[in-house]
Design a protein around this ligand. Sequence first.
Ligand code: NAD
Length: 331
Amino acid sequence: MAVLVTGGAGYIGSHVVRLLVERGDDVLVVDDFSTGIENRVEGLPLVSLDLAAPDAEDRLVAAIEEHSVDSIIHFAAKKQVGESVERPLLYYRQNIGGLTNVLGAAERTGIESLVFSSSAATYGMPDVEMVAEDLDCRPINPYGETKLIGEWMIDNAITAAKMRGDTFKAVKLRYFNVAGAGWPELADTAVMNLIPIVLERVAAGKAPIVFGNDYDTPDGTCIRDYVHVKDLAEAHIASLDYMKSDDEPAETVFNVGTGKGASVKEVIDAIAEATDREIVPEMGERRAGDPPALVADVSRISAQLSWKAEFGLEEIVRSAVDAAGMSPTSK
Ligand SMILES: NC(=O)c1ccc[n+]([C@@H]2O[C@H](COP(=O)([O-])OP(=O)(O)OC[C@H]3O[C@@H](n4cnc5c(N)ncnc54)[C@H](O)[C@@H]3O)[C@@H](O)[C@H]2O)c1
C-alpha cells in the first residue's frame, strides 16, 4: 500500500516524502509545481495535477487505484497571508476546491486515513500567549479561514463516513513557524518567513527590518514558536502511525511547535552567530494583525502521538544558514 502526498514537491511535503521513503513506504506524489520543485522528488512516482481543476477528483481516483494508495497526506495549498487578502477567491478556489476533490476521491476509493496541513493562522489574534487546541479559532485573513474551513470539512467527512459504516480517520496538524532544512536540497526557497527573509537581506548586504519593537514582550519584538521542518515531518509519520491503531483517535487536531517562543531579535542574533556576521536590524512600524506572542501548547501532541520537537532555535537557524551556503566555513 502507498501513501499519496499532495504538494510533495513543496518545502514541507518533500521532507515528509524523504522520511517515508527512508522507512520503506511506497509514495505517490501529486503536485502542480506552482511552487513545488520537481528535483525534490526525483525518481518517485508522480502525477502532475492541479487539485482544484474540474477533472481532479476523477484523476485522483484513477491514481489512487493504480498505486494502491491507502492513506493521504494533504499539503497542497496556497499559503501567503498577504496574497490571500488581495485575492481571497483564489485561496477559496485552490485550498477549499483542492480539499473538496481530495475528500471526494478519498470517499470513492475507501481511503482510511488523512493527514491535513492546518496552521496556527486558524487562531488569529488570541489574547493568550500559549495556545491550546481547544481555544476558540478566529482567523483574521482568508488564508487562515481556508485552513479552519478545511478542518470543518474533514470533521464532516469523518461523521459522514461513520454514518455509512466506513472507516475514515484524520489528523489535522496546526503548524507554528516552520523553518530550517532537514537536507540542504530540500530547503525553503520561498523568501516569505523570517529566517529566509533575514538571510536574503544579509546576503544582499542589507539590514533586515524588524516590524515593531514596542510590543509587550521582554525585548519588545514579537515572539513566535519556531519548529524545525524535520521535527514537523516526523509529526506526520507519528500521525499516520497513530491512525493505524484499531481504536478511534481520541483527538484529531494537534498543535505542532516546540512549546518555547523566540523573539524576532533572538532569531536575528542566532543568525548573526551562525553566519559569524554582525547584523544590525532596521526598526520599522508594526504590521497589522501581528499578535505580540504566539506559542504552541504542545501537551496534546506529546500525550497522544508521543511526539516532541528534538531541535531548538540554534539547530533550526544553523540548518537554514548551511543550506543557504552562508555558514562561516562556506564563505
Ligand atoms: N511553511 C509554513 O510555515 C507553513 C505553516 C503553516 C501551514 N503550512 C501549510 O503547509 C502546507 C505546505 O506548505 P509549504 O511551506 O511546504 O509550501 P510550498 O508552497 O513549498 O508547498 C506547497 C506544494 O503544493 C503544491 N500545490 C499548491 N497548490 C496546488 C494545487 N492546486 N494542486 C496541486 N499541487 C499544488 C505546490 O506546487 C507545492 O509543491 C500548506 O498547506 C501550507 O498552508 C505551512
